[in-house]
Design a protein around this ligand. Structure first.
Ligand code: ES4
Ligand code: ZN
Length: 324
């Protein structure tokens, strides 16, 4: 079974590059940049990865990304992820980054962007890993700040495929970002949004109706609403689910109750992804393995999920065919 999962060609569609900094790398970059970490060892940092909810995680995630200071840092972290993805038979990756997480602490948009981009180019050339880049707005900060971040991002319009929405969900509904997303779509970008991770089914509906998303990130709580489930199936809206993330952030108490099973059975276009693998205990294959075991997925079902990931990718059909 492990071999079957490893052998499946996969696309990764929900991956925060700032969530791929392994503790050892975090310490190495902290030393290189003289950043004070508040933890005295890799072990004590790892021990702190015991989250009660999304906010507990985000507090550490924003602290952790402070080690990213130079273009080289962004390059190194992105390159390390691409090598890992390549080793797990990921043929295509759509990568989130959080510009406001960097600009708010004095690191230029350009520094983050160019470092990540250069690694993506090398990943294409040296590993054959296809990729796209998706800046996300932080929904727990105000909409004007997101608007400013979008204007910066639009300088790089040709090297972006979509914009996204992430960070603390509850109390920050999609509708808060209607204008920003309208402007992004007017500029020709696709849109995605985290919705229904901790927030209710109604946030998933808003993401579809107000933000016009082409995919929903997570979408767990859509399972609470039968009419919405039916719509997601009918409209073939892809969901980028992240099982180990959900477990570690206590979005689900037990993977045996993960909504992916019911969604798959109801014909929804679900995919499996790794979210913030350095924090949640596994990359894409570990996520596939965890749901396979908990939900008893057959090889046919695993292959369907992997096929879904290419179907849901923001790539022209001929590029998809060339990949698979
Ligand atoms: C995130 Cl798991 C998750 N949820 C929402 N926002 C995020 N940013 C990085 N990881
Ligand atoms: Zn996420």
């Amino acid at each position: 079974m492990t071999d079957f999962i490893e052998g499946l060609p996969k696309a990764e569609l929900h991956l925060h590059i700032e969530g791929t900094i392994e503790p050892e790398t975090l310490f190495r970059l902290a030393a290189r940049n003289a950043v004070d970490l508040r933890y005295d060892s890799v072990e004590s940092l790892r021990a702190a990865y015991d989250f009660g909810n999304l906010q507990d995680f985000l507090d550490l995630y924003y602290q952790g990304m402070a080690v990213l200071q130079t273009e080289e840092d962004f390059y190194d972290v992105t390159w390390a992820y691409l090598e890992k993805a390549h080793a797990q038979n990921v043929l295509h990756a759509e990568i989130f980054f959080d510009p406001q997480g960097h600009t708010s602490r004095g690191v230029a948009f350009e520094t983050a962007f160019e470092g990540v981009w250069r690694a993506l180019e090398d990943g294409r050339e040296r590993l054959g890993v296809s990729s796209r880049l998706i800046p996300c707005f932080l929904r727990d900060r105000d909409a004007d700040e997101a608007k400013a971040a979008l204007e910066q991002a639009l300088h790089y319009r040709d090297r972006l495929i979509a914009v996204g929405l992430d960070s603390a969900e509850r109390g920050n509904p999609p509708v808060k970002f209607k204008e920003v997303f309208d402007r992004a779509r007017d500029a020709g970008l696709l849109t995605v949004a985290h919705a229904g991770e901790e927030g209710p089914a109604d946030y998933v509906r808003q993401a579809l109706d107000v933000l016009r998303v082409a995919r929903v990130d997570h979408g767990n709580h859509a399972a609470d609403d039968p009419a919405l489930m039916e719509r997601l199936a009918r409209e073939r809206v892809p969901l980028t689910m992240c099982p180990l993330s959900n477990l570690r952030l206590q979005v689900v108490a037990d993977l045996r109750n993960h909504p992916l099973r019911r969604m798959l059975d109801n014909g929804l276009l679900v995919t499996v992804n790794s979210d913030d693998p350095a924090y949640f205990g596994g990359y894409i294959n570990e996520n596939y393995r965890a749901v396979q075991k908990a939900l008893g997925l057959s090889n046919d079902e695993l292959a369907r999920i992997a096929r879904n990931s290419f179907h849901a990718a923001f790539l022209p059909e001929e590029e998809k065919r060339a990949l698979t």
